[in-house]
Ligand binder design. Sequence first.
Ligand code: CTP
Length: 402
Amino acid sequence: MNDQKKILLIIGGGIASYKSLDFIRRLKEKNFEVRGILTRAGEHFITPLAVASITGNSVPTDLFDPENEAHFSHIELARWADLIVVAPATADFLAKAATGLANDLASAIILATTSKVVFAPAMNVRMWENRATQINIERLKSYGYEFIGPTHGSMACGEYGMGRMLEPVDMVAEVERRFDLPFERKYRAIVTSGPTREAIDPVRYISNHSSGKQGSEIANALYEKGFEVVFIAGPGSALPQAGMEIIHVNSANEMLNAATSSLPADVFVSAAAVSDWKIAEYTDHKLKKKNQSQGLKLSFVQNPDILQVISKDKKNRPRLVVGFAAETNHLKANAIKKLEKKGCDWILGNDIGEETDTMGGDFNEILFLSRTENDKWPRMSKKEVGARLADRIYQYINSEGT
Ligand code: CTP
């Protein structure tokens, strides 16, 4: 690389900071020039000496250090970088950046820079899910900051969930992609995921066991491929990494509205396990039981078929519409019927029989069907299914789809 790109890494104070030295090493292997600075909290985990040794550059730590300021001021550092990566970005640092505080070196640089800034959050799942953190993230995004991750996984604190920083190898790929312009998210995908919930009365509902894991992995993989992704999440659906637009819905009707109002798009992936039925007459008060011998009769009406509505949309049909066929028997025959009836382009048939552990589990076995193809994929993780599907979608959209 003649035009060596300059990365300023701001290392925050989280246990994930142990990954930062490996991250720097890998960036340097790719011929990036790297400077590192540590927040005060970061210094509790990694020493400036370690960062200086691996970057080959001095590591200023104090905004008010006269020597640093005279040598390479925070404004110069802010200007020097082609890209600033904050990793790990703690909840505290995100809050600071979101409010525009500049009372230490790292936050002053964020406020002073005109370069692109990407945050790689890492924190405990509860801190990640906390409304305050999510509002800070929304605000930072609205200012034009970008996010890498986090992802799901087990955490140093022993919990499991969203909030894990990406692995250094994936972080480097994200950095490289930001220089690999034109990397504008020129294609748009909508992914529905998880179950829907149909209310019976204010306290009860019918739903299903869908975890939304497959949908969220598809969204992640499409996002990694460079799609702009709108993720429509049924209640309790696993959520994809930050950076996507997420619309939370409950019922099938809400999901349909969210999907149609997110059009136009290049791709629609209908991974949600939409409830086929809703209660014919919703009761606006809690249904009371009467005497014990009396049962309860509920009547249902059919929900709209979202996949079918989108496939048959005359005005805004995406170039590629992908559905799933969740079957407990006659997988292939039923999947072919669904492909025809719903008018989508591809169907991913999957066996959801009890013994398969597909619903809620981490693995899936896909029968891929299009009008010309019939391809059985080996059993693989939902993440791998997401990656494989995203590859195919990208190829399709980027070639014949144009
Ligand atoms: N789907 C949808 N809206 C519905 C029902 C299903 O968008 N009301 C979509 C699902 O997201 C999936 C595909 O249609 O992509 C097939 O869903 P599936 O549950 O396998 O089949 P159903 O259409 O519900 O048919 P059946 O219950 O008879 O198998």
